[in-house]
Design a protein around this ligand. Structure first.
Ligand code: FAD
Length: 430
């Protein structure tokens, strides 16, 4: 039997890898080829763009440096969420009501679009409905109540309901949070199964997929074609999509300065002895901390708990730290055993909205969905494809968002972000 695969770009072996079924392999690119569009990066963004381009008859090549899903896409919390990363009221303050409504509607389309793709392509990824958000301090209670009202009254979203402390405790199986919101219009899934399904669907549609194929350099060649160099060949294409998210940097450093990688970690317990005592309604959950805790149960009754963000490369004792967070919510799980602990890189931007840009003609960048990329990456990849074929909506609403570069240049931006995040993490605790 072959050795289990370990992502070379993300730490730890994930529970998803052990439960995703057969993970198909795609060859490394050997030699030179030409395509209409080259996609760099085989996560949700790249796979969605490849699938939708290939379905429209475009000749598309996707090159992934590692295996499909080895970045954030195969290893995340699996929560769809609702809306963009910013709450609609925050978007309204920043962009005005009309634009905020368009961005919210886009995210609703994203949710429906991903479900539609899964149905159409026969992708079975353990989807389960329901999500709750939890107020970890009393001062968030009124904010939550106002948020539910604003979602209904200003954005027409009727699936969100405020929960008082007693109902929150019942739905969580713990009294530690002060209030909650229950969103019946969203859900969660097994992300690696989604990656695999999207890869198969893109391949079936005619996309050429390559793994173990890092793009090493990107230049403009004769006739304005983009030339991408790999270890054993080249790809030339009229258009290139950089879907490298938190793992970009070298290929197009100017854009990469707008996106910062932050490590986030998840640990999986053994199947719980009494699963009905934790999230009995099977919702996914997140809380109001800046260093957010996010968790849900797996289909086989484990607790998958994400809670520790690190802003440096050191991953430390993930299960130990997460174990303490779990016990602080459910004391009866103080001795629960963890079978897996893993991490991945989330790509954040200054305004916490995605970075969608065209730094040069024919070269597009889509990145920076923070912890909100499961459905939005899929939709953005689809909108990119529709923009290429001229067949539908475009990415203009996202391209027009102001997403400044992180201050401090290549050397200083990571330490500056570390300081800022440490400050916010401290505020969570005070
Ligand atoms: C631990 C964790 C938990 C999360 N939880 C949630 C959640 O619950 N809900 C949610 O909505 N979002 C969540 N997210 C965020 C979500 O996973 C991401 O927004 C989304 O997966 C990004 O997809 P992507 O395709 O843009 O990037 P990625 O999946 O990171 O893919 C980028 C790919 O580009 C490849 N690449 C980089 N450079 C090159 C190169 N030069 N040549 C070829 N390939 C290259 C990388 O190998 C990588 O596979 C989480 C993220 C993490 C890490």
């Amino acid at each position: 039997m072959s050795e289990p695969h370990q992502s070379p770009i993300s730490p730890g072996r994930s529970w998803y890898e052990d439960t995703c079924g057969e993970r198909p392999r795609y060859p490394a690119l050997d030699g030179s080829t030409r395509a209409d569009v080259l996609i760099v990066g085989g996560g949700f963004t790249g796979l969605s763009a490849a699938l939708h381009l290939a379905r429209a008859g475009v000749d598309v090549v996707l090159c992934e440096a590692a295996w499909l899903g080895d970045g954030a896409s195969g290893r995340n919390g699996g929560q769809f969420g609702t809306g963009q990363r910013l709450w609609p009221e925050e978007m309204e303050d920043r962009y005005g009501l009309d634009r905020a409504r368009r961005l919210f509607a886009m995210a609703e389309d994203a949710k429906a679009g991903l479900r539609e793709t899964m149905l159409r392509e026969g992708i079975e990824a353990d989807f389960r409905p329901g999500q709750i958000s939890l107020a970890h301090k009393p001062r968030y209670v009124d904010e939550f109540r106002r948020h539910a009202d604003a979602m209904a009254e200003r954005f027409g979203y009727l699936n969100l309901r405020f929960m008082d402390r007693a109902e929150t405790a019942e739905r969580l199986g713990s009294p530690v949070y002060h209030a909650g919101l229950r969103d019946a219009g969203t859900g969660h899934l097994h992300p690696m199964k989604l990656v695999i399904g999207l890869g198969r669907a893109a391949r079936r549609a005619g996309a050429r997929l390559f793994e173990d194929t890092p793009i090493e350099a990107l230049t403009r060649g004769p006739g304005g074609l983009w030339q991408a160099r790999t270890a054993r060949g080249t790809v030339s294409a009229a258009r290139v999509l950089l879907a490298t998210n938190a793992h970009g940097g070298r290929l197009e450093p100017a854009s990469a300065a707008h996106v910062m990688p932050i490590r986030s970690f998840i640990a999986a317990t053994e199947p719980l002895a009494e699963p009905a005592r934790v999230l009995p309604g099977e919702e996914a959950a997140d809380d109001s901390r800046f260093v957010v805790r996010y968790f849900r149960k797996s289909a086989d009754g484990r607790l998958l708990f994400g809670g520790r963000e690190a802003y440096t490369s050191a991953s430390g004792d993930v299960a130990g730290q997460i174990g303490r967070q779990v016990a602080s919510i459910w004391p009866h799980l103080a001795d629960v055993r963890f079978t897996h602990a893993w991490g991945g890189s989330v790509a954040v931007t200054m305004p916490r909205m995605p970075y969608v840009a065209q730094p040069e003609p024919g070269l597009d960048v889509i990145a920076g969905f923070s912890g909100h990329g499961v459905m939005m990456t899929h939709w953005t990849g689809r909108l990119y494809a529709e923009g290429v074929t001229g067949s539908g909506e475009t990415l203009d609403d996202l391209r027009g968002l102001e997403v400044p570069a992180f201050p401090g240049g290549t050397w200083l931006r990571a330490p500056l972000l570390f300081l800022a995040m440490t400050w916010y993490a401290l505020r969570d605790r005070l």
